[in-house]
Design a protein around this ligand. Structure first.
Ligand SMILES: [Zn+2]
Length: 731
């Protein structure tokens, strides 16, 4: 579908004032054709602001340089935030075409900012005089982060080197966009269409989800298994048809590796080589060295040490699991060796046999809406937050919004949950922001409807009581901007009128993303650079993974795990059995994840990747660590979006494990008090982690919360790996 080219400027809803509730973008008025002109204008506006700052004849000061930079780029933030919300959660041919055109422009824009010699000279000058500037702690941190960021982006390099650096950045941006679009194309292209007779083993919820997926694909009455994780994983777990499991599994692990225009192997080889070259220009031995230098881990070796410790134990446990599954096959009368597409199926059978517990029995107790309430209730008990459904227009009918308030009824932010899989959404689950928290009040000129009586709808705390004549933008005191935070997931959408049901893993994902959401919502900083989740990637998973622990708290489950038909809480015996099997299958999960983290580090530690054969590299890297033959990486390289769709986790996939050391230890802080909602511990957690953004170095922030740095013990205990070497059989 195409839209006529609209008139731009103020007629462009992306550039006009956003006067609706909560200052949300007017989604219903925004059409794909608005984005390109809005980007062009916003980029030009930001360039003009940067030029003015760098050309300033006054002696550099924190206000005329750092604070001015922090206040710049407003329109660009707004347009980008809306655009990238859509590219992830509700894309299509038009948006994808714009994304391909815009991503190199944004990379070029980043280059003009970070490679601006006059600007960097001002920042370096300020940094050299930082002790004499009278800065408070937050300002000192912002200045330090600016300098680090500019240096790491090539600001201190010679001009000819900078030119090469800039070209690399642009090329990487285009490749990253292509990578994500290729994965989505492969996912959209595939559906295994089944008839009633092909569904042996599938429980009701999986049949209903497959039926709804077929209907969405224009085949009512049939059943579709798609490559969305919740669709194909539950098929692999339950389908008694070994031939069909193999088909689905092969399609799943081949995403991005199917030849033709969507094959990602060539883009990966080019990206790895460009990243290595860029790291070298900055004086680092490899991309991994460059990347980790600014992380909590500091060096690839530190990350490896942790992964190696976990890998050995995880592999022993996974191999024991494999032997048990093979025995199960024999017991079942099967005469074949366990294959990767059998693992989930027999693991589920074995769980049922050992613990009298199966996913189909558990799932009716995990209603999506009840789990959302459970996540909200946890936030109320820890942080005093309340959530009220807000009926506001959003970008898709499946997305819902809640206003978040504190104990005193003050506005905290807006939370948007977009939970269902669809063809227009990228796979995975993530948190993002339509607006970040800050206190510089830089948004006001654009979206405060100053002359209107309904301005109280615009939810900045300071704006409401101000009924005096409106001052000019420059005169205004800083006003706090409160955040708008999204969680995007890919749970199977139920048929009309049915409740969506989650697996226990899905529920954990929901809590995980909600933990990230709180990191954004509770943010309490002045400078946007430091807001919310803008911390190092091996620290950013602490708030999310820590939050998962509260899903397993019995009082939360008793209250919110209610049967979809009867409304009855989960029987105590079932709940006990569920919690008793908490670490069941963790050998598999540990191997599936850790292999990815190790291959990622291997790949990005190459000093001279040369003409890389991606498939061969992956195989060799897995051979080196003796990957069990029956387990496939959770994300194989050709669809490893964490590494290549943008690159947020390139040489950084170890972050989940690194953060898990922190989250396991952090939850023990609550357990040690005897109250998993202990108010004093929750206050420390809020003050130093959830609301603190990037105010402190991550190790310092953790010590401020816990009084010390964590050891690996709590993690090993959490994963059931502490006894693994001594007791190599799952129990
Ligand atoms: Zn996360």
């Amino acid at each position: 579908m195409t839209h006529p080219q609209p008139a731009i400027d103020t007629a462009n809803p992306l550039l006009a004032e956003w006067t609706g509730a909560f200052g949300l973008p007017p989604f219903e008025a925004i059409k794909p054709a608005h984005f390109r002109p809005a980007f062009d204008k916003a980029l030009a506006a930001h360039r003009a602001e940067i030029d003015a700052i760098s050309a300033n004849q006054d002696v550099p000061s924190f206000a005329n340089t750092i604070e001015a930079l922090e206040k710049s780029g407003k329109a660009l933030d707004r347009v980008s935030n809306v655009f990238f919300t859509l590219t992830g959660a509700d894309t299509g041919d038009e948006i994808e075409a714009i994304e391909r055109a815009v991503s190199p422009l944004l990379a070029r824009h980043g280059n003009t900012l970070h490679l601006n010699a006059k600007l960097y000279a001002r920042i370096a000058d300020l940094h050299g005089r930082r002790e004499t500037l009278g800065l408070n702690a937050e300002q000192a941190r912002v200045l330090d982060r600016y300098r680090t960021r500019f240096v790491r982006a090539g600001a201190a390099l010679d001009k000819p080197v900078q030119d090469r650096f800039a070209a690399i950045n642009e090329r990487l941006a285009s490749l990253g966009t292509a990578f994500g679009q290729n994965v989505l194309a492969d996912e959209k292209a595939y559906a295994l269409m089944l008839e009633e007779g092909d569904l042996a083993g599938l429980p009701d919820f999986a049949r209903a989800a497959a039926r709804a997926a077929a209907e969405e694909r224009g085949a009512p009455g049939k059943y579709a298994i798609t490559l969305a994780r919740s669709s194909c994983e539950s098929f692999l777990q339950f389908s008694a048809r070994r031939d069909l499991r193999e088909k689905v599994f092969q399609a799943w692990i081949k995403r991005g590796e199917n030849g033709g225009t969507t094959d990602n192997r060539a883009p990966i080889a080019e990206m790895v080589s460009l990243r290595a070259e860029r790291a070298k220009l900055l004086g680092f031995a490899s991309y991994a060295d460059y990347r980790l230098d600014d992380q909590m881990a500091k060096t690839p070796q530190a990350a490896r040490d942790l992964l190696d410790e976990v890998w050995g134990r995880g592999r022993v446990k996974a191999n024991a699991e494999r032997d048990s599954l093979q025995a199960m096959i024999a017991q079942d009368g099967g005469n074949f060796a366990l294959a990767a597409w059998d693992w989930r199926y027999y693991a589920e059978k074995l769980r049922k046999a050992r613990y009298d517990l199966d996913e189909a029995e558990i799932k009716p107790y995990f209603q999506l809406d009840k789990m959302i309430e459970a996540a909200f209730e946890t936030a109320r008990r820890l942080f005093g937050l309340r959530f009220t459904l807000a009926r506001v227009p959003l970008y898709h009918a499946d997305a819902r919004a809640w206003e978040v308030t504190d104990e005193a009824g003050r506005h905290v932010g807006l939370f948007i949950g977009d939970y269902f899989a669809r063809g227009s959404k990228h796979s995975g689950a993530w948190m993002t922001a339509l607006r970040d928290q800050e206190k510089l009040g830089r948004n006001q000129a654009e979206w405060e409807p100053v002359s209107r009586p309904d301005c109280a709808q615009i939810q900045e705390l300071g704006a409401r009581s101000d009924a005096k004549p409106v001052p000019t933008f420059a005169d205004r005191a800083p006003i706090e901007v409160r955040p708008v935070i999204l969680n995007v997931c890919n749970f199977s959408k139920p048929a009309a009128g049915e409740q969506a049901l989650l697996s226990f893993d899905d529920a954990r994902t929901l809590f995980h993303e909600f933990g990230h959401g709180l990191h954004g919502l509770l943010s309490n900083v002045t400078y946007p650079l430091l807001a919310g989740t803008s911390v190092s990637s091996d620290f950013v998973e602490l708030p999310s993974q820590l939050y998962e622990h509260w899903l397993e708290v019995p009082e939360i489950l008793q209250k919110y795990a209610l049967h979809v038909r009867s409304g009855e809480p989960m029987p105590k015996a079932l709940l006990d059995r569920l919690l008793a099997t908490r670490t069941y299958g963790y050998g598999f999960a540990t191997v599936e994840y850790t292999a990815c983290a190790l291959v990622d580090l291997d790949l990005h530690s190459l000093a001279e990747p040369g003409a890389l054969d991606v498939g061969a590299f992956e195989r060799k890297s897995l051979e080196r660590i003796h990957m069990p033959a029956e387990i496939v990486m959770r994300h194989r390289l050709p669809h490893f979006q964490h590494l290549f769709s943008g690159g947020g986790y390139a040489a950084g996939y170890y972050s989940y494990m690194w953060s898990e050391v922190l989250d396991a230890d952090a939850f023990e802080a609550f357990e040690e008090t005897g109250d998993v909602f202990d108010p004093a511990t929750a206050k420390l957690l809020r003050d130093f982690i959830y609301s603190a953004g990037n105010l402190r170095d991550p190790a310092e922030a953790y010590k401020a919360f816990r009084g010390r740095l964590p050891a690996v013990d709590a993690l090993l205990k959490k994963r059931g790996l502490d006894r693994a070497a001594a007791e190599p059989v799952i129990s």
